[in-house]
Design a binder for this molecule. Structure first.
Ligand code: BGC
Length: 239
């Protein structure tokens, strides 16, 4: 079965048709720059443009960088406040809409490093924010939002996201200290059996993971950037 997956991010909106049995793209991915400000209508226009580009008539899955319950957006801290309360599923023409980290985690658990992993597995994505996806024996607990845990009285993602690394011009080693502190907090709360690091930094894991020491095994994701698109397609295939 083929499903169109679309991944909404703060800088780009990316889409590709996905074979949901293999997790592979069946056509080249299309990326369009996220309109600024990233309000509902302009973002919906880009989503529609991607659907049109692939002349898509079948199911569509869309990721969103915030809390989404039953297709309705509850938070969008890194996109635009006007999203709160918007029925994104309706706005995107009846698409299945879910949190971006939940989508990436779902793909990683099926086709990546989480495949066959039982117990409590956490996928944490480090980018503009920190996204989280919690799996218990392979079942997703959606919208966990662990990027907003408090560290030193601040949102953890303000200290330890990849954006924080860039903004504060931290060396990889210095940033790794912050990541380790954050992961230790998460480890204390969930006692996971595995932590998977996703987002753009997963490609650069050799620069910081050797400096991160935890009881729990911490590994980079296998799917890198396509995970969100694949997970969005998987979610739509299941509905
Ligand atoms: C949002 C999450 C999202 C993460 C990654 C956080 O700021 O609250 O919902 O998964 O960023 O985009």
């Amino acid at each position: 079965m083929e499903v169109l997956g679309i991944d909404i991010g703060g800088s780009g909106i990316k889409g590709a048709p996905v074979n949901v049995k293999t997790g592979e793209f069946t056509q080249d991915r299309l990326r369009i720059v996220t309109p600024q400000p990233a309000k509902p209508d302009p973002v919906a226009e880009v989503v529609a443009q991607i659907v049109e580009h692939f002349a898509w008539k079948g199911p569509v899955g869309v990721t969103f960088p915030g809390v989404v319950v039953g297709g309705v957006v509850r938070t969008a801290v890194n996109l635009h406040d006007s999203w709160e309360g918007v029925d994104a599923a309706k706005l995107f023409g009846g698409a299945t809409v879910l949190n971006d980290a939940d989508a990436a985690g779902t793909a990683e658990m099926t086709f990546g490093k989480g495949r066959g992993e039982r117990g409590t597995v956490l996928m944490l994505t480090f980018g503009t924010g920190i996204g989280s996806a919690l799996f218990v024996d392979g079942t997703l607990v959606p919208n966990t939002e662990l990027g907003h845990l408090q560290l030193h009285g601040k949102d953890a993602e303000h200290r330890a996201s990849d954006r924080a690394r860039e903004e504060h011009e931290l060396s990889w080693e210095k940033w790794a200290e912050r990541v380790e502190e954050y992961l230790k907090h998460v480890e204390m709360l969930f006692s996971p059996s595995l932590i998977i690091i996703g987002g753009g930094v997963s490609k650069k894991a050799d620069k910081f993971l050797p400096h991160v020491h935890l009881e729990t095994p911490v590994i980079p994701a296998g799917l890198e950037n396509q995970a969100g698109i694949v997970g969005a397609a998987q979610a739509a295939a299941q509905t």
